[in-house]
Design a binder for this molecule. Structure first.
Ligand SMILES: Cc1cc2nc3c(=O)[nH]c(=O)nc-3n(C[C@H](O)[C@H](O)[C@H](O)COP(=O)(O)OP(=O)(O)OC[C@H]3O[C@@H](n4cnc5c(N)ncnc54)[C@H](O)[C@@H]3O)c2cc1C
Length: 299
């Protein structure tokens, strides 16, 4: 199918982009932002969206910054998935796990064009960057006609392809807190085919001291209509021995108490819980191995 007709503007400043979005918000179908175009163009072609204005962000300067500042990795609105394949993008556990997540996002041409922030804005329930943002308690920076505001990643997603973003707001960047030195991270994903989105995924970030878990963060995809934290499993792990038995127990809690999977065409709810349990257990094991690897390197 062809896209419905729309006007296209390509502002050359952030202020003009926000003004254009605000003007477009009152038009029939509203306005859409074009960042990497990897989801918007498909939505237009399938007529899932019918904006009468598209605001192309790609000429706005200053949105492609990627760098560590004050304990956060800041990812600007025009940073491509591809840039996060580079382990030098951040230090420590985040730098090591970013390429693992990035290589699960679509395939190389998608990663060359699509953006990290576009993924958060589009809000697919099993998108890798959504899980990362929720797990690390990222902060999203927005700019709208009323000025700037920030939203915590845990509050950002409200459902499948739904967020708290207001019509005329631009996501200008995201700040990802760096895990503490010595932490380890592990990410596991299950997908039906190489080309499909994840059916389920788990990201674990662990700090271990004297053989016991000091802190644990676990993010899940495929456990709800949005990425979620496995808070109950995290609590169970805090202070527990970092053993396969403890990880298996936490994984069961994550899959059966934290997760509330929604029906999907492929695989029933019980099957998804089973898959989640395996993914969480393995992600915790990978996070532990990552943390221990760092310690051995430092010794
Ligand atoms: C074949 C295929 C496979 C894919 N596989 C995966 C996968 O496995 N995992 C995954 O996570 N993604 C996958 N994607 C999606 C891909 O990651 C997209 O790049 C991403 O979802 C959207 O980023 P974008 O920059 O292309 O945004 P666009 O397509 O330009 O925009 C998407 C939506 O977000 C809004 N938007 C974009 N940027 C902003 C902003 N800064 N502020 C406000 N609103 C904004 C737009 O208005 C639009 O509604 C796949 C896509 C394709 C086509």
């Amino acid at each position: 199918m062809k896209s419905p007709p729309f006007d296209l503007v390509a502002p050359s400043s952030l202020e003009d982009a926000v003004l254009a979005l605000a003007a477009g918000a009152d038009r029939p179908g509203g306005a859409a932002v074009l960042a990497g175009g990897q989801s918007l163009l498909l939505d237009l072609h399938h007529r899932r969206v019918r904006p009468s204005l598209v605001v192309d962000l790609r000429r706005v300067p200053g949105l492609d910054g990627l760098g560590v500042h004050e304990g956060h990795l800041r990812v600007g609105a025009l940073v491509r998935h591809r840039a996060l394949e580079d382990p030098a993008a951040a230090s420590g556990a985040l730098g090591r796990v970013l390429p693992v997540l990035a290589e699960h996002v679509g395939h190389p041409p998608i990663r060359e064009l699509g953006t990290f922030c576009g993924s958060l804005a589009w809000a697919h329930p099993t998108a890798e960057w959504g899980v990362l943002a929720v797990t690390l308690d990222a902060v999203l920076d927005l700019r709208g006609p009323a000025g700037a505001r920030t939203v915590a990643a845990g509050q950002w997603f409200t459902g499948r392809h739904a967020t708290v973003r207001r019509d005329a707001e631009l996501l200008t960047g995201v700040r990802l807190p760096l895990p503490p030195p010595g932490a380890g991270a592990g990410f596991l994903e299950h997908r039906r085919t190489e080309a499909s989105f994840a059916a389920a995924a788990a990201l674990a970030v662990l700090e271990v001291e004297d053989g016991a878990v000091r802190s644990a963060r676990i993010g899940l995809a495929g456990a709800a209509d949005r990425p979620v934290r496995a808070h109950r499993a995290e609590r169970l792990l805090r202070g527990a021995p970092a053993t396969p038995e403890a990880f298996a127990g936490a994984a069961r809690v994550a899959a059966h108490e934290d997760a509330d999977p929604v029906p999907e065409p492929h695989g029933g709810i019980d099957h998804r819980r089973q898959v989640l349990s395996v993914l969480v257990r393995r992600a915790l094991g990978a996070a532990l191995a990552d943390a221990r690897g760092q310690r051995q390197e430092a010794a």
